[in-house]
Ligand binder design. Structure first.
Ligand code: HEC
Length: 124
């Protein structure tokens, strides 16, 4: 918390001096915004409700395709993947290349955005 406050203060000071307004956004706020924009249409994080995709609460450390409340593709269920920062990184860059036959097909090409989103997921 202390670090968070200090980091926010530092970025406020920087933004007040030279930086454009968006530099006031903290990393975790950025991760949250990107999650809502890129994943939020299909995935819930604040609740365990499923949508087009499964909820992602506590997804880091979970075995792929293991939430009983969601009907996954047979491919994802059989993948044997455990979600870590590394496997998420590979999956998001190209889901179908990692898990052939997955129903999540959208690729996320921006590495900075992927990292921010994964870090945010890891904090929930
Ligand atoms: C267009 C809808 C859609 C979008 C957008 C989307 N996903 Fe998915 N996602 C899915 C579907 C559908 C599945 C289930 C795939 C399957 O069963 O093969 C899934 C599965 C997943 C899984 C596996 C979960 C588990 O329980 O094993 C992760 C992790 C995931 N998505 C992360 C993300 C992230 C992070 C984003 C945003 C960068 C995102 N998804 C964007 C539809 C989407």
């Amino acid at each position: 918390m202390k670090t968070f406050v200090l980091a926010s203060l530092a970025s406020l000071i920087v933004a007040g001096g030279v930086g454009p307004t968006y530099s006031q956004e903290t990393d975790s706020a950025r991760g949250e915004r990107l999650f809502q924009q890129r994943c939020g249409a299909c995935h819930q994080l604040a609740t365990t409700r499923n949508g087009v995709g499964p909820h992602l609460q506590g997804v880091v450390g979970r075995t792929a395709g293991s939430d009983e409340s969601f009907k996954y593709s047979p491919a994802l269920k059989a993948s044997g993947v455990t979600w870590t920062a590394e496997t998420l990184e590979t999956f998001l860059a190209n889901p179908a290349a990692m898990v052939r036959g997955t129903r999540m097909t959208q690729r996320f090409n921006n590495v900075e955005e992927r990292r921010a989103i994964i870090e945010f997921l890891g904090s929930r």
